[in-house]
Design a protein around this ligand. Structure first.
Ligand SMILES: C[S@@+](CC[C@H](N)C(=O)[O-])C[C@H]1O[C@@H](n2cnc3c(N)ncnc32)[C@H](O)[C@@H]1O
Length: 351
């Protein structure tokens, strides 16, 4: 495994030139997994022909979409990132949403991660929500916020830690509650159940908290975690995608993600025995998605931590110079990894 790290890939022409010859897919091509039938395409989410070709006669139970937000992500000092007008962003979004709606089953779930730039009228979130009203087949279901902390924030404003997730449904799909690992500690709320007075912990189905639409128990991915994929600037935590897949699909169901990037949805689908069709317009991210999937199948590992997913390419453009201060080893537990607390739930309940 190569030790040299790769910087953010999408806008670094030098690195892109080095990586592109090692990518299996050219635009228009689809890779298929012979074991579980997953598909990874280098295709355009806004192109009806591309998405129809990907799907064939298949329809999806669940769509989890994480488009570019038209908001600058990562270190804007080192990147020449550009935004398009909100109007054009919404036109572009409408095209891929149409393609998703076309390929959903009559009863299906549709999730969209989106940004809200607090320095730019909270766009594109509000205009995107208004645009979504044009899709009569879709009903709004929930507006989730995941806590997503990067760095230490500012002293001059509330720290920006929100990550917005919109949830729509088509028809009347099944939903199965997934409890968090956060132990219930509130006691003393009594209720008469069939003539017997019961305390709330005795009455509940689980000793841990039922999830609401504010998620505080998902750790943001960073370089010390095994699931980290170097070069991917917008990777979502596996735990968040697993929560969605578990509550909104069954084993064998088809999950789609038209903005693969580091392939998180595919990985979660593979782990949970769902089938996944995923695409990225960029051959490098399509390749990273294939490699991450093969890496999981081959090693059981969910990412490369801070190691290079292209070990055959010696990339010399490190962005961070923190090798000296970086502690050795993979971070197995984080602040939010509270399963030990969950194991102690009995003790907590009895106390
Ligand atoms: C925010 S990232 C998705 C992150 C992903 N959820 C993950 O966990 O790694 C958005 C991705 O969409 C891809 N993309 C942008 N425009 C696209 C299009 N028209 N069709 C398909 N993919 C596109 C980008 O190349 C980028 O990799």
């Amino acid at each position: 495994m190569g030790k040299e790290r790769i910087p953010r890939i999408d806008n670094n022409e030098k690195v892109r030139k080095l990586l592109l010859p090692h990518c299996r897919l050219k635009y228009g091509e689809i890779w298929e997994d012979s074991v579980r039938g997953h598909k990874i395409g280098c295709l355009d989410a806004t192109d009806e022909n591309d998405t129809t070709r990907l799907m064939g006669n298949n329809k999806a139970t669940l769509a989890i979409q994480d488009p570019p937000y038209n908001v600058i992500v990562g270190n804007s000092n080192t990147n020449n990132l550009s935004k398009i007008s909100v109007e054009n962003y919404i036109k572009w979004s409408k095209q891929w949403v149409q393609n998703i709606v076309r390929i959903l089953k009559s009863d299906a779930h549709f999730y969209i991660w989106l940004g809200a730039d607090q320095n730019q009228g909270f766009q594109p979130l509000p205009d995107f929500m208004i645009m979504m009203r044009e899709f009569n087949d879709l009903k709004t279901r929930s507006f989730i916020t995941m806590r997503n902390q990067r760095g230490y924030g500012t002293q001059k404003n509330w720290m920006a830690v929100r990550q917005e997730l919109l949830y729509y449904i088509k028809g009347n799909p099944d939903f199965e509650t997934q409890y968090t690992e956060i132990p219930k500690i509130l006691r003393g709320y009594y209720k008469n159940v069939n003539g017997e007075v019961k305390e709330n912990l005795e009455r509940s189905k689980s000793n841990t908290i039922r999830p609401g639409n504010v998620w505080v128990d998902v750790q943001q991915v960073f370089y010390r975690m095994e699931e980290n994929v170097p070069g991917c600037y917008a990777q979502k935590p596996l735990k968040a995608i697993e929560k969605i897949i578990l509550s909104c699909s069954k084993k064998g169901d088809l999950v789609v993600d038209f903005f693969a990037h580091s392939g998180t949805t595919l990985l979660a689908a593979e782990k949970l025995r769902r089938k996944c069709f995923t695409i990225d317009i960029d051959p490098i991210f399509a390749e990273i998605t294939i490699r991450r999937f093969e890496h999981l199948r081959g090693t059981g590992k969910t990412g490369w931590q801070f190691r290079n997913p292209f070990p055959e390419v010696k990339v010399k453009l490190g962005i961070e110079n923190d090798e000296k201060i970086r502690p050795k080893g993979v971070l197995q537990k984080t602040l939010f990894d509270i399963s030990d607390n969950a194991k102690n739930k009995e003790a907590i309940c009895k106390s």
